[in-house]
Write a protein that binds this ligand. Structure first.
Ligand SMILES: [Zn+2]
Ligand SMILES: [Zn+2]
Length: 166
């Protein structure tokens, strides 16, 4: 049959391993070595077609399934991101109004963090991590913190003055 020595997909056909008698004739089985190292037995009919269904020991299908699973996970994370956009855009967080989706920033560790472009009441536009908005960590472009610090500074000065005047 001339199959021995051929390569079909990932399978190298090593030798005829056995035959079985069928009503249409002999069915040949071949011992094949897959690129991944597995040795399997494959029906000659699966190997000799123009478009052989059997091109690996099964590892190819497994990889395809894994790839499909990854793609679905990727798509569902995009869907989640779009849902979060809907939840955030147009909302106010403290002094910030969320205008649109910002860049996705990559942290030092490689983790990706989506951001949103927000407009602060003071007129400044800034990019804020979505998680910071949701957790209430960031409520302004930074002006709020500056004011609070200034306010605390004033209080501190007032207290110091009061203590000096005792
Ligand atoms: Zn394999
Ligand atoms: Zn501001």
């Amino acid at each position: 049959m001339g199959l021995i020595g051929q390569k079909k997909g990932r399978l190298s056909i090593l030798a005829l391993s056995r035959v079985e008698e069928r009503h249409y004739g002999l069915e040949r089985f071949y011992r094949c070595k897959c690129d991944c190292g597995n040795i399997i037995e494959v029906r000659g009919a699966s190997l000799s077609g123009k478009n052989p269904n059997t091109q690996s020991c099964g590892c190819l299908q497994k990889e395809r399934t894994a790839e499909t699973r990854r793609r679905i996970a990727r798509e569902s994370s995009e869907v989640n991101a779009m849902r979060r956009d809907e939840e955030l855009i147009g909302k106010r967080f403290g002094r910030l109004l969320v205008l649109r989706r910002g860049e996705v920033l990559t942290l030092a560790g490689g983790a990706k963090r989506p951001t949103y472009v927000c407009k602060c009441k003071c007129g400044t536009e800034c990019q804020i991590y979505a998680t910071y908005l949701l957790k209430g960590i960031t409520k302004s472009c930074g002006c709020l913190r500056k004011e609070v610090t200034a306010e605390n500074g004033r209080k501190l000065q007032a207290r110091r003055r009061a203590e000096r005047n005792k």
